[in-house]
Write a protein that binds this ligand. Sequence first.
Ligand code: PHE
Length: 453
Amino acid sequence: MTKQASESRAGERFSSTGFIIAAIGSAVGLGNMWKFPYITGKYGGAAFFLVFIICLLLVGLPVLLAEMAIGRGGRGDAATSFRNLSRNKVWSGFGFLSIVGSFMILSFYAVVAGWTLKYGLQSFTGSLYANPDYAAVFGAYAGSLQPIAWQALVLLLTGWVVARGVSGGIESFNKVLIPGLLILLIILMIRGLTLPGAGAGVSFFLEPDFSKLTPTSILVALGHAFFSLSLGMGTMLTYGAYVDRRQSLGSATLAIGAGDLLYALLAGLIIFPTSFAFGLEPAQGPGLIFAVLPAAFASMPLGAFFGGLFFLLLAIAAITSTVSLLEVSVAYSMRRWSFSRPKATALTATACFLVGIPAALSVGGPLGDLVIGGRTYFDWLDFIASNIILPLGGLAVTLFVGYAWKRVGDEVGLSALWFRIWLILVRYVAPVLVVFVFLFSTGIFRVLFGWGE
Ligand code: PHE
């Protein structure tokens, strides 16, 4: 290895806290701040939250540990790590599929992240509140060409971080922004909880009503546990490859799971009290944050400031996740084509931008009417990546550690009892439940049993 190559390798490692913070940064994203509140609103409030926690513990954390172990054991990108551990090409094929999935997620996720940046800026300047018909304002913005510019900005920021390397870029960036995010969340939570009428939102979020649970809500919770922990997309695997051998992956798993849950809890304690205090409907769906919440900020004292903080918070959460998504493709192309890190970053981020342009234009925009098989381009990217590739990627991870990789015990380093429990979960429980999620989210269950929308 040349001196330069070994020096650049030296920067390709996380410190132990750096790794945990970066992994929390990947996990905490629009999934926690944007998707989690509205699916909780829709699928049963507190009862749904409880089911989500159970899914996180029984399936999410065991698979998270498995993914990180494959990365650290295989010391490669999401495809190569499998190949370094097993000769059977099927596994690296699934690894490659998850790289494609992470690329697809990034291409539409950057569009939504762009919306949050634009809303944050407009809230601070006050221009967001000029026209109180927020749904129409959102529609007009999403229907214009503007989202492309914001999407580009998100990818530029993401690329800037990734190009600086694992420790100098990804780790340093997350170490500043993830604690910063916590502070913003706490400020906004206090603001939300002290609004008159906030209590109804808290009880909606935290007092379970089990009669609201349906098979659909359980499957949504399970799918969300995967998405929320960034599983099945090669991200935790890619990050895992930069972890020191001496670090305990078991405790890292617990810390990442706790972090993800904490940030989701805080997001819920902002969004529900704030919506209820202003008589807004929390089960609004994806538009909740952009089309509904601005009304709440408009009518509270210092609302433009708090609204600005809120959208800034979303943008930070989103960009710490886009960084992890881009790193998956960057790690792969650095190895596959021997690109330098900056070159790999520039090329993959540009490709992602191009693939994402039609997504930016298809939420009510010029391509909004181009609906094929009931879905727009944006919806197809999301559907294929989140509902097909993600469960398949997750399944491959559980089957690989459960049945194919004989020496996995050395890598995970759990005590004998925990190892046995973990093995039961990844061998028998997780694969079955992941197959359920797959049948559900691809619509096969709907055809068979009528579960789902
Ligand atoms: N976990 C992220 C979120 O909750 C999304 C994500 C999924 C990131 C898959 C990376 C990989 O928003």
